[in-house]
Design a protein around this ligand. Structure first.
Ligand SMILES: Cc1ncc(COP(=O)(O)O)c(C=O)c1O
Length: 425
């Protein structure tokens, strides 16, 4: 299943030229940080950007007409345009759809916004169907469960075949004339597999349904183009691609965002207010009640610049090698079982696995004693784990700043874990 890394490929991941850009990694050379799927580390340029914002342009964005406030407002506007370009959200003429970029706190909030407001705009009612996949993160599942509870609509699941894929047959069976919204993740945070969003969006559109995409795990690892995917709405978090915590992004086709009612209400999102009613601002302000995290937007802009300056394609190619190496090395251990595709090349970022007869929490805690960070648990995807017959797994995940030594360290650590429980290997 897939060729082992060649000597040349191994050489490419031998060292990381990037770690020096990330203060936390540079200051902790013994740390093997293998939990970037949960949150990435941030490069110094992102930390500097936060500070620069507060030191040089701090004012309440959108309130007031003085220079500082205008600069803060412009910082947000520039970030919107950059984000739009980054995810390929351009109009027919190729201009970035900056006003179709809505800031939220994180991907979860963006997905809650969509579930609440799109289902209202679409008039979801009993008898309608909303389709998600069985691999959704709870953030792209529970909001839809709630919509179904409120409206009487039915939630349907795209399930996986033995090869961890959503088959054409499954798509044809689950997406039909009753389907009003399809909401799927592009990359699974547990299995590391990529879903064919183009195909799923085409099926949704063929039945007049909307296609919502959870891009939390795809945007950090691959060039995303929402136009090519033909997604209707697309959500992700800045913190998983090197931006700050607390900033999420929702992009939507402008006419769809226009048709959606506001989510949170209050200051900054209105044109005029009377005692009994309010006229809402146009998108994106309509969806951004209250003071926005302008410093976070400014720093997100810097995170994207960092990724582009280092060539997203090169970073993606490196991550693919690292993930392949990780999966291949895990496969060498007879006491490890990978939960996910057997082909190491299909893992984007994350590889889930079990260590025979040892609880994932024990594995992670013992590895932590050697400064190895992995995730253990249900990864906010309990229905997926149940479907696959697991209660929890270990998950190691890579980003471009990792190197071969991080993964080798994990392998030594796993042998130690196994040795502690079962005598030396
Ligand atoms: C696939 C997926 N969707 C959504 C989320 C939620 O992201 P956040 O916690 O930033 O809202 C995550 C986070 O782990 C994720 O992996």
């Amino acid at each position: 299943m897939g060729a082992m890394l060649s000597p040349d490929e191994l050489r490419q991941i031998e060292l990381s030229p990037y770690k020096q850009d990330f203060p936390l990694l540079a200051n902790n050379p013994n740390l093997a940080f293998l939990d970037s799927a949960a949150t990435a580390q941030r490069p110094a340029v992102v930390l500097d950007a936060e500070r620069t914002f507060y030191e040089t342009m701090n004012a309440n964005p959108l309130r007031g007409l003085y220079r500082l406030s205008v600069e803060a407002t412009q910082a947000i506007a520039r970030a919107r345009a950059h984000i739009a370009r980054f995810i390929g959200a351009t109009d027919e003429a190729g201009n970035p759809q900056a006003d179709a970029i809505v800031f939220t706190r994180n991907a979860s909030e963006a997905l809650n916004l969509v579930a609440t407001c799109l289902s209202e705009a679409a008039g979801i009612k009993a008898g309608d169907e909303i389709v998600v996949s069985i691999m959704e993160h709870h953030s792209n599942l529970i909001p839809w469960q709630q919509v179904c509870k409120r409206t009487g609509a039915t939630l349907k699941f795209l399930r996986l075949d033995d090869d961890f894929e959503i088959s054409d047959k499954e798509i044809a069976e689950k997406i039909g004339d009753r389907t009003k919204i399809v909401s799927v993740t592009q990359v699974s945070n547990v299995l590391g597999v990529t879903n064919d969003i183009k195909k799923i969006a085409a099926a949704a559109h063929a039945h007049g349904a909307y296609c919502v995409v959870d891009g939390a795990q795809s945007t950090p690892h691959m060039r995303v183009n929402v136009r090519e995917l033909d997604a209707d709405l697309f959500a992700f978090s800045a913190h998983k691609l090197g931006g700050p915590l607390g900033i999420g992004v929702l992009w939507g086709k402008p006419e769809i965002l226009d048709a959606m009612p506001p989510f949170l209400t209050g200051g900054e999102m209105i044109d005029s207010v009377t005692e009994t009613d309010a006229v809402f601002s146009p998108v994106p302000q309509k969806f951004e009640a209250g003071t926005q995290d302008a410093a976070g937007a400014y720093a997100t802009d810097a995170a994207l610049t960092y990724l582009e300056d280092h060539d997203m394609d090169a970073l993606e190619a490196r991550e693919r090698l690292l993930a392949r190496y990780l999966a291949e090395q895990l496969q060498q251990k007879d006491y490890v079982t990978i939960v996910g595709p057997a082909d190491p090349a299909r893992h984007v970022g994350a590889v889930s696995f079990e260590v025979r007869d040892i609880h994932p929490h024990d594995v992670a805690s013992i590895l932590d004693m050697s400064d190895i960070c992995i995730r253990a648990g249900h990864h906010c995807a309990q229905p997926l784990l149940n479907y696959l017959g697991h209660r929890s797994t270990c998950r190691a995940s890579v980003a471009f700043y990792n190197d071969k030594a991080d993964i080798d360290k994990l392998m030594v650590g796993l042998d130690q874990v196994w040795g502690i429980f079962h005598g030396h290997h």
